[in-house]
Design a protein around this ligand. Structure first.
Ligand code: ATP
Ligand code: MG
Length: 578
């Protein structure tokens, strides 16, 4: 490919709406163009990268025994009603009507469709196990599409679904997929961590995510991990040993009483006002889960993890209550307190979830639903609460104790590029997707599902591999392996050597671009760095010694080689791609 013909327009500046490195660089280097929020054109360079990732995914999935198919992108409402997800999925599901007023949706994922396929085809245990996958565009009307390809509304996913006769079969396939994912990301040149995670709207019991660890802003997930053992988990799922309250030996509030605590709206203000550690305060938060208020109680030095709280009540949508909603709740219960003074007293009838840290609290400070007042020296038994459900709803913090080995946990940021779920019979049961077992009995399939964000993986690769000048593609997924740059296109010797190298590289199977533009060398070098070609061969002054320069993008090293050696060097590297 000649640079003069390559469909690429590099920009002088980063686009103003781009917040993270991958979005900035992919847009500026001419890989993507936004059509409308969360929806991007994949331009030719991008498409080459995506096709390479897809190829690796296909090869490894096929090697693992899975079979590729392609399901429709538009799906009928009825199927989603069978699984119970039409109501449960929320606004991410893009719903639409056809000309006959039939209600449809754009596929955000395909559990329903694949389960319907299996139900029609896999009738006997003799046909199982089966793993089917596809690579396809998905649509999710994300609340906050952002970060370019990392969280788009339309994006490319590989989704696979396995069907087994029993749990043991599922366990085996789950492990098979975990190993396959390791191979896939490894071949893409990405270091990933496999971490325990929440199963979310897809459901099921066990799931893991594959995270690209990054220190850039793009890491939307906090990953807690232990350096001593293998434990690692997404913050939405991470647990720790019960953190002890810091005690200083003082005897606070031996007797219970109600006191004035003016203007103590926050835990900091309250603990400062009373001159006590926050571990002595019971924090009460009002959340709205699936439109209903829920009270969350937690020791005030700890934070509520919203996904855990939501799962504690089997909810699908959670948010903190607004001031107006708190006022309404107070009004309904005959109180008139504002946030900061709320407590569980008199709240019977409401769902009350308390974190495990609350269990051991004694003689604590708690809101009593009166503004500027608190009760001190309180105990749960005195508060007249009919029912408290104790659950682990707290966010783990750095330094908390590993649940498995007792050493302190560390935290880092991660981008989820793939995940694996044990679904069990979550879809097969409600959809009556059954096979006949060896004894002639009808049984639901035991299912698993396995996703990889193809377009997100490409963006994550940029987050993990770049410098201030541009992208540093891992060789296996680079749009082209190399660029050949004559310093001056008017210099016949430079141009003819460059052309010869270009042709020889092409002949030996290297994907290469010849920068034949009549531009200053500086401009061509800048574009080469920005686009991220793994190798750059320059024909310039050193030609008088019979040498060309071969620059390795990743290390910045420049080798002076004869044209033949340079071709051989790059050809060997390309042949060694796994
Ligand atoms: P997330 O928690 O990041 O929203 P998810 O749990 O919704 O992801 P899945 O439904 O399991 O993800 O989808 C499988 C894979 O698809 C994810 O691991 C991710 O790589 C990718 N993916 C999910 N949502 C998006 C999106 N909005 N844009 C790009 N890729 C996505
Ligand atoms: Mg999601």
């Amino acid at each position: 490919m000649k640079m003069s013909k390559l469909f690429v327009q590099t920009l002088r500046e980063y686009p103003s709406d781009a917040e993270v490195v991958s979005h900035k660089m992919l847009a500026r280097a001419g890989y993507i163009r936004k059509l409308t929020p969360g929806i991007y054109n994949f331009l030719p360079l991008m498409w080459r990268v995506l096709k390479k990732i897809e190829k690796i995914v296909r090869e490894e999935m096929d090697n693992a025994g899975a079979q590729e198919l392609l399901m429709p992108f538009v799906q009928p409402k009825e199927l989603w009603e069978e699984s119970g997800r039409w109501d449960a999925y929320g606004k991410e599901l893009m719903r639409l009507k056809d000309r006959h007023d039939r209600i449809m949706c754009l596929g955000p994922t395909h559990e329903e469709v694949i389960t319907a396929i299996a139900r029609d085809s896999l009738k006997s245990y003799k046909q199982l196990p089966v793993n089917l996958y596809q690579i396809q565009s998905k649509f999710r009307d994300e609340v906050r599409p952002r970060y370019g390809l990392l969280r788009g509304r339309e994006f490319i996913m590989k989704d696979a679904y396995s069907f087994d006769t029993d749990e043991a079969g599922l366990d085996k396939e789950y492990e098979n997929m975990a190993n396959t994912y390791k191979k896939i990301f490894d071949r893409c040149g990405l270091d990933t961590k496999m971490v325990q995670s929440d199963s979310g709207a897809i459901g099921g019991s066990v799931s893991h995510e594959f995270m690209v660890i990054t220190d850039t802003d793009a890491g939307e997930n906090d990953v807690f991990y232990c350096n001593n053992c293998n434990y690692s988990a997404n913050s939405n799922h991470a647990v720790s040993k019960l953190p002890q309250a810091i005690v200083d030996g003082k005897q606070y509030f031996p007797k219970t009483e109600i006191i004035d605590t003016p203007n103590t709206h926050s835990i900091e203000e309250l603990s400062k006002f009373l001159n006590i550690p926050s571990t002595l305060i019971l924090k009460t938060l009002v959340y709205i889960i699936d439109k209903k208020p829920v009270l969350a109680l937690i020791r005030a030095d700890k934070t509520v993890e919203e996904t855990k709280l939501m799962n504690a009540v089997n909810g699908v949508e959670i948010r903190i209550a607004t001031g107006a909603e708190i006022a309404e709740l107070m009004n309904n219960k005959g109180y008139d307190a504002v946030a900061g003074f709320i407590g569980p007293k008199g709240m019977n009838g409401l769902t009350i979830i308390a974190d495990e840290t609350v269990k051991d609290m004694k003689n604590f400070v708690v809101g009593i639903n009166k503004t500027d007042r608190h009760q001190v020296g309180a105990n749960l038994s005195d508060l007249g609460i009919a029912k408290i459900d104790y659950q682990d709803i707290r966010l783990v913090e750095k330094g908390d104790i590993c649940p498995e080995c007792g050493k302190p946990l560390f935290v880092t940021k991660g981008i989820e590029v793939g995940n694996i779920f044990k679904l069990g019979t979550k879809y097969s049961k409600p959809m009556n997707a059954v096979y006949t077992d060896i004894n002639g009995e009808m049984k639901p399939y035991v299912m698993g599902c396995y996703g990889i964000g193809i377009s997100r993986t490409a963006a994550a690769a940029v987050e993990a591999h770049h410098d201030e000048y541009g992208i540093i593609w891992p060789l296996a997924i680079a749009p082209y392996h190399a660029v050949v740059v004559p310093v001056s296109t008017n210099d016949e010797m430079q141009m003819s050597t460059a052309t010869k190298i270009y042709e020889n590289l092409l002949k030996s199977g290297v994907e290469v671009v010849l920068d034949d533009r009549d531009e200053r060398a500086g401009v061509k070098f800048k574009d080469a760095d920005l686009i991220g070609f793994p190798y750059r061969i320059t024909t310039g002054k050193t030609l008088t010694e019979g040498l060309v320069e071969c620059k390795i993008r990743e290390t910045g090293t420049t080798l002076k080689l004869t044209p033949e050696k340079a071709v051989e060097y790059i050809t060997t590297a390309v042949k060694n791609i796994k």
